[in-house]
Design a protein around this ligand. Structure first.
Ligand code: HEM
Length: 138
């Protein structure tokens, strides 16, 4: 027990049942199996995040220091992130959203350009006509 055990996401994901429940909070791995029935917040929420990164869920609740002490006792190791591992709370669709934004921004600029060019063309056409009229009078 001297060295800290390391778990990958895949390792943790295998412990996703009520009888074998691991959680990741701030990249630390906890064995919450014995705690499920004792959790004041109920077993359902823990089962929801079993075998996953539950940092956000845990922090959203604003758990007390006492809860954090309990957590300390359940620690079994640390998460070993591999380069390909996704941050679970960073949804992949995020990669699509900026692209969509860029596209709509592009359209916005295009529309401005059309309005601007149209306006300029009208302005010069008007000036040209004025000049023509002036020339006729002279
Ligand atoms: C092993 C990890 C966890 C431990 C040791 C733990 C511990 C506790 C403790 C001691 C409380 C009582 C209130 C307090 O002291 O803050 C509590 C409440 C609560 N917990 Fe957790 N918790 C854990 C994980 C989670 C997770 C992952 C969620 C959400 C997905 C969650 C949701 C809640 C909720 C909603 C309450 C409030 C219950 C109420 O006020 O009626 N907990 N937890």
């Amino acid at each position: 027990m001297a060295s800290t055990q390391e778990f990958t996401y895949q390792d943790v994901a295998e412990h996703n049942t009520k009888k074998d429940l691991y959680l990741v909070i701030h990249d630390v791995v906890y064995d919450a199996t014995k705690f499920v029935d004792e959790h004041p917040g109920g077993e359902e929420v823990l089962l929801d995040v079993a075998g996953q990164d539950s940092t956000e869920a845990f922090e959203d609740v604003g758990h007390s220091d006492e809860a954090r002490e309990t957590l300390e006792a359940l620690k079994v190791g640390v998460l070993k992130r591999k380069s390909g591992d996704p941050k679970p709370k960073t949804p992949l669709p995020g990669a699509v959203a900026p692209a969509a934004n860029t596209q709509s921004a592009g359209l916005g600029v295009g529309l401005y350009a059309i309005v601007l060019i149209g306006g300029l063309a009208a302005f010069y056409a008007y000036q040209y006509l004025q000049q023509q009229q002036g020339a006729q009078k002279a």
